[in-house]
Design a protein around this ligand. Sequence first.
Ligand SMILES: Nc1ncnc2c1ncn2[C@@H]1O[C@H](COP(=O)(O)OP(=O)(O)OP(=O)(O)O)[C@@H](O)[C@H]1O
Ligand SMILES: [Mg+2]
Length: 262
Amino acid sequence: MPPKVLAFGNQKGGVGKTTITLAIAEALAESGQRLLVLDLDPQANITHTLSSSAPEPQFDMLDVLYANQAGAIDDAIIASSWSGIDLVPSAARLARLDVEAITAPETRLKVACWDSKAVAGYDFVVIDLPPSLGRLALNGLMYADTAHIVTEPEAFSITAVQEFFNTIDTVRASPMLNPDLINGGIIVNKRARLSEHDFQLEQLTEFFGPYLIEPVIRRRAAIADVHSTGVPVRRGTHKSRLEVQAGLDQLARTITAERKHP
Ligand SMILES: Nc1ncnc2c1ncn2[C@@H]1O[C@H](COP(=O)(O)OP(=O)(O)OP(=O)(O)O)[C@@H](O)[C@H]1O
Ligand SMILES: [Mg+2]
């Protein structure tokens, strides 16, 4: 059976796409699943957090996409420093791809993973999308089985969700693109005890109710520290880590359960 491919996006920056992608990958790996993380963001945040102690990679995502060849992903897969998780790293030069003036459908990532024995050996492939809806994000959405949007309960989140959903619809609309792409719904992250967040969550529920995924993830120091320490929440030093991790594990179970949105 091929792996399930889950993408996490939002053109809005800083909402927690990378943090949630990491948390889902780690929760699944901890439960015994074989995981491959694909970094499609030139900022390479997930690469840095997952490979703080790894040597400089020989190949990265740009090599994979430029190859445009079946199985090209294989050479770029490295072991991460997190148990049970492999990685295709990104680097700043990946930004070159987003400014290329090519109008062909963005199938390069899909082609690169096509017929790959290495990819076939994973249970899940998770994709950290960049904060844009350009060529890089489209590569991810063309290859994904399911796309999730990660958002904060903040001003403009409704607009961002609508734009992301419109992009999913565009990708699904053409047999040349990815007609089977599933809209996996909305992960609400960084909720704080603020009346503004209560209000924005009500708004999100009113506009997109059936798409909201439980549990909502709160803003917690145990999560904020993951990027800087390079260790998963459950292996951190915070008193609250197990309680926080329980929410993240539940989120991973929810989004990997069979669900279909219209
Ligand atoms: N639930 C949370 N609680 C506390 N801090 C969080 C939480 N989620 C994310 N953060 C913090 O918010 C910041 C942005 O998170 P992250 O890098 O995951 O966002 P992103 O959407 O991937 O950003 P970008 O758009 O730049 O790719 C980071 O400093 C991260 O540690
Ligand atoms: Mg990110």
